[in-house]
Design a protein. Structure first.
Length: 462
């Protein structure tokens, strides 16, 4: 079977590309064939791929773009030639150092400060070791200048060094922490035992304390679930994975929550901790609202289950009541009592329907109704609710308009208003229910509610 000449060319191009790439990378990358096949497979799926590789000569980026079926465009860039893809998220000069003081990474701010991509740490700091928290001499592009250096322990033996330039010799403090109070982020410098050695103004404002020096962190924060001293000890010793914790500030004037992140550092050969704090009060408030919504959802589910069980009982009550009504004549002395039992059982069924509506198991059913008829049916129950010491009177507009509403919801709201009026008159009195037509020419605003202009029926309970 004859093969397509173009496919043969593409196949030879792929083989020659792999051979050329392996020969170019053989002296810099271990097992370059696996790397090339991995990038090519990724490009087949998404169209392009790249990887940053640490070689003996520094960082390089290998990129591949799928040009056509079986055709690929490869590009090898040195780290110094790469165009930045986005703004540097770390404005401070930051250097990642590995074992033997090899510089593994420099962000753009560090490269601008030094003037090049340094390979070893002694190119940046002629006088080693780095003194964390002190002013160190740094070889910049303009000469040797003093920079504050903060060294943090990373993973796998790596260290991250932050440089803060622009500190003159006259500004150097004996402890080297003069910049601390000027930082806009709440910061605490802690000993390995959790004693506050230094704090800046934002941290003191967040903790509500005028003086933090010499105080244990556990005296100012709580809510961890275990002794804060143990948490600090784990962070100082590097045990386990120490992540951010949300703690409550012990202050009486306001309820405040903070998110605390502990970072290890070295100062004069001893381990210290830098606590970075963020105000998490609003976050905890949203969390409390979410928990409350979950509780309300659980109550709705419980109400739904209770409503179904209660509805079964009401079905038996109303059924037997209907049988008793069939056996009694309207002139029977027990007939009115049986009617009241039947009506109240039906109203209990209404409450069940409202519980189901609350738990989102049943939708409301608005209907066109005349309030005069609705109130007439409800009068007997309202008289029972207000009691003997309160008189109930109804007053209707003779040309009252019909309304569209859910009957059961309206009856429940009216009963609640009448009960509130009754409770406001412990010595007795009169409750008047009035209905009248109302036309709004402009929006009516009452507290947080706004009623649009239009035709309405007004119900007043006085």
């Amino acid at each position: 079977r004859r093969r397509d000449p173009l496919s043969q060319c593409r196949g030879r191009a792929r083989i020659s590309c792999h051979a050329l790439g392996q020969s170019r990378l053989q002296d810099s990358v271990a097992n370059p064939g696996t790397l090339l096949f991995r990038l090519e497979g990724r490009a087949d799926r998404v169209g392009a791929a790249h990887e940053d590789v640490l070689t003996r000569r520094g960082h390089i980026r290998i990129s591949v773009h799928r040009a056509d079926e079986g055709l690929y465009l490869w590009r090898i860039e040195k780290a110094a030639d790469m165009v930045p893809r986005r703004a540097d998220p770390m404005p401070l000069p930051m250097i990642t150092v590995g074992r033997n003081d090899a510089v593994l990474f420099m962000n753009q701010a560090a490269r601008d400060l030094i003037g090049e991509r340094a390979r070893t740490l002694d190119r940046i700091c002629p006088r080693l070791p780095i003194r964390s928290g002190l002013v160190n001499d740094v070889a910049t592009r303009d000469g040797v200048y003093g920079c504050l250096a903060v060294e943090l322990d990373g993973v796998a033996g790596r260290r991250e060094i932050f440089l803060i330039p622009g500190i003159a010799a006259t500004e150097r403090q004996p402890d080297g922490w003069a910049f601390f109070d000027e930082m806009p982020v709440p910061l605490l410098k802690l000993s390995a035992e959790g004693i506050v050695q230094l704090s800046n103004r934002p941290a003191r404002d967040l903790l509500g304390a005028d003086l933090c020096h010499g105080r244990p962190l556990g005296e100012m924060l709580e809510g961890l679930g275990r002794p804060i001293r143990d948490w600090i000890g784990d962070a100082a010793a590097g045990r386990g994975t120490v992540h951010s914790e949300f703690l409550r500030v012990r202050r009486d004037d306001a309820e405040t929550f903070v998110q605390v992140t502990l970072n290890r550092a070295r100062e004069e050969g001893e381990t210290i901790l830098i606590a970075v704090m963020n105000d998490a009060t609003e976050l905890k408030s949203l969390e409390a609202q979410f928990v409350q919504s979950q509780k309300m959802q659980a109550i709705g589910q419980l109400a739904s289950g209770v409503a179904h069980d209660f509805n079964n009982l009401l079905t038996a009550i109303t059924g037997h009541c209907d049988l008793l009504l069939l056996r009694h004549d309207q002139h029977d002395s027990d007939f009115s009592d049986l009617q009241q039992i039947n009506q109240n059982a039906n109203r209990a069924a209404v409450l069940v329907n409202q519980l189901l509506a609350y738990s989102r198991k049943q939708t409301l059913t608005p209907e066109i109704m005349d309030l005069r008829d609705t109130l007439a049916d409800l009068t007997h129950l309202l008289n029972r609710l207000v009691g003997e010491r309160i008189d109930l009177s109804l007053s209707h507009d003779p040309e009252l308009w019909s309304i569209r509403a859910d009957r059961r919801q309206f009856e429940q709201v009216l009963m609640n208003l009448v009960v509130n009026a009754r409770d406001a008159m412990p010595d007795g009195g009169e409750v008047r229910v009035r209905t009248e037509n109302l036309v709004l020419d402009s929006p009516m605003i009452r507290d947080r509610a706004t009623v649009s202009p239009g035709r309405y029926v007004k119900v007043s309970v006085e």
